[in-house]
Design a binder for this molecule. Structure first.
Ligand code: TRP
Length: 455
């Protein structure tokens, strides 16, 4: 019997899939967001909750996504329809895939704006613009950038073109090749920076901050943030992992593979924290500085330190690479869909997608300048895109995907695709995907929404 293949190609082996999915997972979420939300939520207690969420909710849903993608070997919209029909259900499940493609666009548009800041900082660090500056100057540079729509537009454009180029190359010549080059580079950069921060003399402060568990610091809000973030950081809820799963070799086991991806994503987030906080503490700065931690606090710290120009440059390079491999997975599901359904070439699809995302991104970057007065539900466009996706569309996608995989896909199909026996390990997954994951995500979903509405 010939094995079913995706028309787009397949990863060369299991490790390429693991690295590509890790590339999707490891992004701004790990290196920018994780350290600052950890800082804001009191360190160790938050980290522990986050780890539990990854294991209890993230891993089961990721297994569900890979299972569906690989079963159908098609882009998420078509995959949901196929797998639903195979189990005797309505093809309307494809709407979940459609919502995913939409979320992908929206995430990409603001993700690209932040990635644009990163590109600007790579250049700035390289030129030595931050050497010896103080906090006020660093704040002024960052705010100056935000106010300057032309610079923002240039860097946003560069980033969209970078991503489009890779996705247009296809699964093997684009995504796989980028993975083979960029993922090793990412790990090397991360370790170099870890070594640097170990030499700051404040490594143990950073360590304690991340791993000292203080229950009193744990708030209900921290739990919500942790659960939401475990979703975002693993790229779940929109079909990115489903699309990557559709290119996965049949022989590879899904459970072990997914655990490896989740472990690597978590490890990168923790190492990023271990690289960042000692530098923050070495310069007597505030770990709870919020979103500005990376763009204001860290540049000042680097500017004060021996070798800071070089290592600051490498640090932003690392984030740039991480953002790039993530954004690729935001475009891939839509690109694959257009090739499958409209008979377009990959290049044409990617150009159309890139133009759309680019346009939406202009609305996002305008939030900081020419459109600063424009609001949707009381948020500027940038915040709205972030909120609508991270707090509404991704959780909804996650709820639907887990309900679908848990209750609608025939158990026989799941067992076959996961290559599992009906044993304790299988039931662990089955219980998580049927009950724990949809319930937990529904709770964050409702509470988040309620808090937003109640203000
Ligand atoms: N996981 C990425 C990060 O941590 C972001 C990301 C990439 C993403 N693809 C996604 C988030 C798909 C949700 C869905 O930065």
């Amino acid at each position: 019997m010939q094995e079913k293949q995706s028309i787009h190609g397949s990863w060369a082996n299991r490790w390429i899939f693991i690295l590509a999915a890790t590339g999707s997972a490891v992004g701004l979420g790990n290196i920018w967001k994780f350290p600052y939300i950890t800082g804001e939520n009191g360190g160790g207690a938050f980290v522990l909750v986050y780890l539990v969420c990854i294991l209890l909710v993230g891993v089961p849903i990721m297994m569900g996504e890979v299972l569906i993608g690989r079963r159908a070997r098609q882009s998420p919209i078509n995959a949901m329809r196929e797998v639903a029909k195979e189990s005797g259900h309505s093809g309307k499940w494809s709407l979940v895939g459609l919502m995913g493609v939409l979320s992908g666009f929206m995430i990409f548009s603001f993700y690209s704006v932040v990635a644009g800041w990163v590109l600007y900082y790579i250049a700035g660090m390289g030129k030595g613009d931050f050497v010896g500056i103080g906090g006020e100057q660093a704040g002024a540079i960052f705010n100056g950038l935000l106010g300057d729509w032309e610079s923002l537009l240039i860097w946003h454009t560069v980033f969209v073109v970078m991503v489009m180029t890779v996705v247009a190359g296809g699964v093997n010549k684009g995504l796989e090749r980028a993975t083979r080059i960029m993922m090793p580079a990412l790990f090397v950069l991360l370790l170099v920076l870890l070594g640097y921060s170990m030499n700051t003399g404040h490594f143990s402060d950073g360590w304690n901050f991340l791993f000292e568990f203080d229950v009193s610091k744990l708030s209900w809000n921290a739990v919500l943030v942790a659960l939401g973030h475990s979703f975002f950081t693993l790229s779940l809820g929109m079909g990115a992992i489903m699309a990557y799963g559709s290119y996965m070799p049949k022989k590879a086991s899904i459970g072990g593979t997914v655990l490896t991806i989740a472990a690597m994503d978590t490890l990168v987030a923790l190492i990023a924290g271990l690289a960042i906080f000692p530098i923050v503490f070495a310069n007597g700065m505030d770990p709870g500085a919020g979103p500005g931690l990376m763009f204001v606090t860290l540049p000042v710290a680097f500017g004060q330190m021996a070798g800071g120009q070089l290592f600051g440059f490498l640090f932003f390079l690392l984030i740039g690479v991480a953002a790039w491999t993530s954004a690729i997975s935001l475009m891939e599901p839509a690109a694959a869909y257009m090739v499958e359904n409209f008979g377009m070439s990959r290049v044409t699809s990617c150009v159309i997608l890139a133009l759309t995302v680019w346009g939406l991104g202009i609305l996002a970057l305008g939030s900081f300048n020419f459109m600063s007065d424009f609001t949707l539900f009381g948020m500027n466009t940038f915040d709205f895109l972030d909120f609508a996706t991270a707090n509404i569309m991704l959780p909804l996608g996650g709820i639907f995907i887990s309900l679908f995989a848990g209750w609608f896909v025939k158990k026989k199909v799941s067992l076959d695709e996961l290559a599992m026996e009906e044993n304790g390990l299988f039931y662990l997954w089955y219980i998580s995907i049927r009950f724990i994951a949809p319930l937990a995500v529904s709770i964050i979903f409702v509470v988040n929404l309620y808090q937003k509405i109640a203000g």
